[in-house]
Design a protein around this ligand. Sequence first.
Ligand SMILES: O=C(CO)[C@@H](O)[C@H](O)COP(=O)(O)O
Length: 234
Amino acid sequence: MARSISVSSQEVLIAPSVLSANPLRMAEAVNALSGEYDMLHVDIMDGHFVPNLSYGPDLVRSMREEWPDVLLDTHLMVERPQDFIDVFADAGTDILTVHVETAPHLHRVLEMIRAKGCVPGVSINPGTPVEWLKPVLPIVGLVLVMSVNPGFGGQSFIPEVLEKVKTLKCWKETGPFDYLIEIDGGISTQNVGEVVRAGCDVVVAGSAIFKAQSPYETAREMRRIAAEAKKIGR
Ligand SMILES: O=C(CO)[C@@H](O)[C@H](O)COP(=O)(O)O
């Protein structure tokens, strides 16, 4: 059974995306962060929904064995996500996120995720209107706003998506919702403050952390800036 995620209004969670780590040295790269992160983000790509391939459930299972207490945040960038809920939940992920663009029966898929004991997440591409999310917001624990077109690490942040973050924050404050707002794509120490002030609770960063000269110092600095921005944003 996956853990629930509670975040106080003072906190921002930093989620390094292991896609940017050297796959042959992933454990070493994560351990070098010495705990300067809050969850690990795992990108699953199928070569159809996105033009790239990445990992399968075996990676999540190995990560769960390696880091039994770490929150695992799996982002499915796949067509027919309903076919992959069981395998990723059984592999031990805590959060399982599917794309609004991929699931005609999105409500059912999110209920399947919850029934497997994971936190259901829904993700949205930069070009998709935020209104598409509204019908499922009462049943999700996380909304992942993509700030690049998904498929690759190391792309540039698309600032227009911050409008979606602000809208989601406003809906959350006025509605009976209980979701975290996560952002993913092109996040660095340069823009983490801005995305947190817009309303993000969880920040994914891949290349900014794993390709940095000192991944540990960068993750630590990102956390510091995020926490500071959260104080100002309150
Ligand atoms: O889902 C994706 C890309 O599709 C992301 O999680 C990337 O892995 C983030 O990498 P950076 O943009 O931070 O380098």
